[in-house]
Design a protein around this ligand. Structure first.
Ligand code: ATP
Ligand code: BTN
Length: 251
């Protein structure tokens, strides 16, 4: 585990390091940054980490890229379970937004960015970046035009200064358990636990890309590969995570 005061992006650092590294199943790297100057979000968006925890895990997986389906959901679930382990009241309020956001009452608590680096047949590194908002930052909310959540609003007592390793420690522990199960059986055994936290189950939703609505329907949960099941006028569609964002129909 490396902790740095400042870097551009922990995901950029670890993807670069993985390209040069020798793949070894036991070689898990973690990079935590107090400050990122070029934090990356999904779909090329910037990530503002000043009110939160920003770290990445380079996880060697003995899998071909085709077997990564559902990994982002499995990671979101692991982070939610880790927060629940830290504080039951916080855990009880966390919902998952497909494919991998954590929310409290529809407000974004954490985002996850997974980048993969191939390392040969049946081998890759998954670089898992986690941005977790610790406090709800009103100025950032205004700048982003989106409602945000923070760990501190639901966890009592919350003191990041006194106990800075508790949350990342719990996340790393849950990620390690998730990794073993995911490599053996993929997302399927985790689908039920994910569904229990599904924030949009049976809700009318829209799928967007670059602000353009690609599909509308009712969210009907996820399948064993982590695809979103969307009930549309044309029938039930299975949507792969890729470059789409889910929003509630009214949002
Ligand atoms: P996604 O595609 O990840 O599901 P989205 O387009 O549905 O996201 P939100 O999940 O509400 O939108 O995210 C709010 C926007 O603000 C996103 O573009 C996100 O990347 C960006 N953002 C940047 N920093 C933060 C942060 N610290 N907390 C929450 N959102 C942030
Ligand atoms: C999202 O768009 O929701 C994903 C946000 C992921 C942010 C984290 S912060 C640590 C890691 N380093 C980055 O540059 N991005 C991820």
């Amino acid at each position: 585990v490396e902790v740095v005061d400042e870097t551009g992006s922990t995901n950029a650092d670890l993807t670069q390091a993985c390209r040069a590294a020798t793949w070894d199943e036991d070689d898990v790297h973690v990079r935590v940054a107090y400050r990122q100057t070029a934090g990356r979000g999904r779909q090329g968006r910037p990530w503002q980490g000043q009110a939160g925890l920003t770290f990445s895990v380079a996880m060697p997986l003995a899998l071909p890229p085709a077997r990564l389906s559902g990994l982002s959901l499995a990671v979101g679930l692991a982070v939610a379970e880790a927060l629940e382990q830290c504080d039951a009241a916080l855990g009880a309020r966390i919902g998952l937004k497909w494919p991998n956001d954590l929310q409290i009452d529809g407000r974004k608590l954490a985002g996850i960015l997974i980048e993969s680096v191939p390392a040969g047949p049946q081998r890759l590194w998954a670089v898992i970046g986690i941005g977790l908002n610790l406090v709800r930052d009103v100025r950032m909310e205004a700048a982003l035009g989106r409602a945000l959540a923070g760990v501190a609003e639901a966890m009592t007592p919350f003191d990041a200064q006194r106990d800075p390793t508790r949350i990342p420690g719990a996340v790393l522990e849950r990620l390690a358990c998730m990794r073993t199960r995911f490599v053996a059986d993929g997302f399927a055994p985790l689908a039920q636990a994910w569904s229990a936290r599904d924030a949009y189950r049976d809700e009318p939703v829209r799928l967007l890309h670059d602000g353009v609505v690609l599909a509308e329907g009712v969210a009907r949960g996820v399948d064993a590969e982590g695809h979103l099941l969307l009930e549309t006028a044309a029938g039930l569609e299975r949507i792969a995570s890729g470059e789409v964002s889910l929003r509630g129909a009214g949002a």
